[in-house]
Design a protein around this ligand. Structure first.
Ligand code: P6P
Length: 339
């Protein structure tokens, strides 16, 4: 058992050395992002205190009402990333259009797509929430302002993706295409230390994660899957399943990655494309789950990472998790199985 203390910085540099033609640019980009998530961590863990202590720390000197946490997280990421010279543009769940790099800063060869604080409606209940990010190499001319074309790339072209989960401990999970690695923040030194080396998702598990409140809005095929998964038949015919749904995508997928099972957010009669966003939620999570040996599809056999995006905030149905669990769901959704 190695007792090496591996910080994320050291891991990124070693990863970078392993990839041909690396220029250190990518390592520097991730280091800037790590600073941003540490600042978000600090604010998220204090959020509860603001109410209890009525602390005014979160009011500025003009006594202006402090931003909501997701707006705060959005600003922190933008300001941490806009001047390093690594990005040609950014796109955020919080902003309608592309975020340009300010005129005075150099433009870089990557584009960052992110959801600054997913699940933030859960913060008042002290439920784990997270930041999700996706990084592509730009496709437009170097040194020019990035365009939407740089953002609208299929997920299989991502060069890195990851999420942070602000929970009992703050963790960062990322992939650069050579496996999935988890780092836990040691607040006493302010470092993310390697805690989950080369995460592999179990082949199958009896856990399904979905908002059953949408049952009546789902397709007949989806309802058949849910009816099947709850059937209480002898173990030798069908594993028994538990429903685990936190309602915070980062937390639900993090558990699925470590324990196995399947996370679903299918289309329904109200949300015809599902609820979750392709570019900065589905694609980064799919890249991570596939790199850990799992599968990620729209439930109809289309690999999410191959979907050609058409707009920044487009939604997509999601079936993500252990290969055998995704296969089970697809057999129902594609009408190949009725019981
Ligand atoms: P529902 C949180 O609002 C979020 O965007 C994801 O984090 C989560 O998986 C989903 O929405 C929950 O949606 O409709 O089940 O409340």
């Amino acid at each position: 058992m190695s007792n090496k203390v591996i910080t994320i910085e050291r891991h990124i540099i070693e990863e970078e050395r392993a990839s041909q033609g690396a220029t250190g640019d990518f390592s520097a980009l991730l280091r800037d992002l790590m600073l941003a998530v540490k600042i978000i961590h600090r604010e998220v863990i204090r959020a509860g205190l603001v109410d209890i202590l009525g602390a005014t720390h979160r009011e500025n000197i003009q006594g202006e009402v402090v931003q909501k946490l997701d707006e705060f997280a959005n600003d922190v990421i933008f300001r941490a990333m806009d001047h390093g010279g690594h990005l040609c543009a950014m796109a955020s769940e919080e902003n309608e259009g592309l975020l340009a790099i300010p005129e005075e800063y150099p433009k870089g060869k990557y584009i960052l797509l992110f959801d600054p604080l997913d699940g933030s409606s859960n913060i008042d209940a002290n439920v784990s929430i997270g930041t999700i990010f996706s990084i592509h190499r730009r496709v437009t001319a170097e040194e020019t302002d990035g365009t939407v074309e740089d953002a609208l790339q299929p997920g299989y072209k991502q060069i890195a993706a990851g999420y942070t989960i602000y929970g009992p401990s703050t963790m960062l999970v990322y992939t650069a295409g050579r496996g999935v690695y988890g780092f836990t923040l040691d607040p006493s030194v302010g470092e993310f230390l390697l805690s989950h080396d080369n995460i592999r998702i179990p082949e199958h598990n009896g856990i399904y994660s979905v908002n059953e409140g949408n049952y009546m809005k789902w397709s007949p095929e989806m309802r058949k899957y849910i009816d099947w998964v709850k059937q209480d038949i002898p173990e030798e015919q069908k594993k028994s399943y538990s429903l685990r749904y936190i309602g915070s995508m980062v937390a639900d997928i993090h558990r699925t990655l470590l324990y196995g099972g399947v996370f679903l957010y299918p289309a329904d009669v109200k949300s015809k494309k599902g609820k979750l966003r392709l570019l900065y939620e589905a694609n980064p999570m799919s890249f991570i789950v596939e790199q850990a040996g799992g599968r990620a599809t729209d439930g109809l056999g289309n690999r999410l990472l191959e979907i050609m995006p058409t707009e920044l905030h487009q939604r997509v149905p999601l079936v993500v998790g252990s290969p055998k669990n995704v296969e089970e769901v697809e057999s129902f959704l594609q009408g190949k199985r009725a019981v």
